[in-house]
Write a protein that binds this ligand. Structure first.
Ligand code: PEP
Length: 255
């Protein structure tokens, strides 16, 4: 799947059960008509994935994913979901290493790498999230942190699998805070990601990996972020919960 056309992705976090999910898609699919010059993705809660799949059954242009997986195939891991189970339930993509997984649940770089490996083994697309905290940025370590997070994972991805990798640069200080990286700062960090991808996979294969920006993207700032060279799309939390607002963000991409 060629994903390096604008990717507009909504991460619903721990919101919207099945009933709200059905209501959301009734409104969103009215407001958003299929376009083949961009890719629209939602990451609902696992318990709402079946409802989302049903609600989008006539809209193959809308892809669905899960927000987290375990790296094991099955077993005594109460509360966890395996890649195989997510795929069976209709997920095509998996978020890995979201800042809330790293900073709220203590997920390490090593665990993030194991999850990416499991996602690729299971045939799905991994959306690898990276980004620095405010302390790391103030200390001048933003680039080093993002390089470290990428270096922990890229070696487990083979050249044949790189087409199933997406990177999302999400500065932790911008997630859910209303603060957004300036387009220039986002562009600079996207170049860091792009360089790491080129080093790992070569320029051509590295260039084919979409690099998304995430962190308080809203209908009124999406267009300028998406205009920044190297920003291939956006990963949106809060503003993806509103059907009209998210449809406006999807429409903001230049295509
Ligand atoms: C996110 O959850 O990945 C995110 C970027 O959230 P928000 O858009 O609310 O900052």
């Amino acid at each position: 799947m060629a994903l390096r056309k604008p990717v507009l992705a909504g991460n619903w976090k721990m919101t919207k059960g099945p009933t709200e999910t059905v209501g959301f898609f009734a409104d969103f699919l009215n407001a958003w008509m299929p376009r083949d010059d961009r890719t629209v993705v939602f990451f609902p809660s696992d318990v709402s994935l079946a409802a989302a799949l049903d609600a989008t059954a006539d809209r193959p242009d809308v892809l669905l994913g899960v927000q987290n997986v375990h790296w094991e195939r099955s077993g005594a891991f109460t509360g966890e979901t395996s890649v195989g189970m997510a795929a069976d339930a209709g997920a095509k993509l998996v978020l890995v290493g979201h800042s809330e997984r790293r900073h709220v649940f203590g997920e390490t770089d090593g665990e993030t790498a194991k999850k990416v490996r499991a996602v690729l083994d299971g045939g799905l697309i991994a959306v690898l999230c990276v980004g620095e905290t405010i302390g790391e940025r103030r200390a001048g370590d933003a680039e080093a942190v993002v390089r470290r997070q990428l270096a922990a994972v890229l070696p487990v991805v083979s050249a044949q699998e790189v087409e199933r990798l997406v990177v999302a640069y999400e500065p932790v200080w911008a997630i859910g805070t209303g603060e957004t990286a300036s387009p220039a700062d986002a562009g600079a960090m996207h170049r860091v990601c792009r360089d790491a991808l080129a080093q790992a996979f070569g320029r051509e294969a590295g260039d084919a990996v979409p690099v998304l920006y995430g962190g308080s993207v809203k209908p009124d700032n999406a267009a300028e972020l998406l205009r920044e060279p190297g920003v291939d799309g956006v990963l949106v939390g809060g503003a993806s919960l509103d059907p009209a607002g998210f449809a406006a963000i999807c429409g903001a991409a230049a295509g």
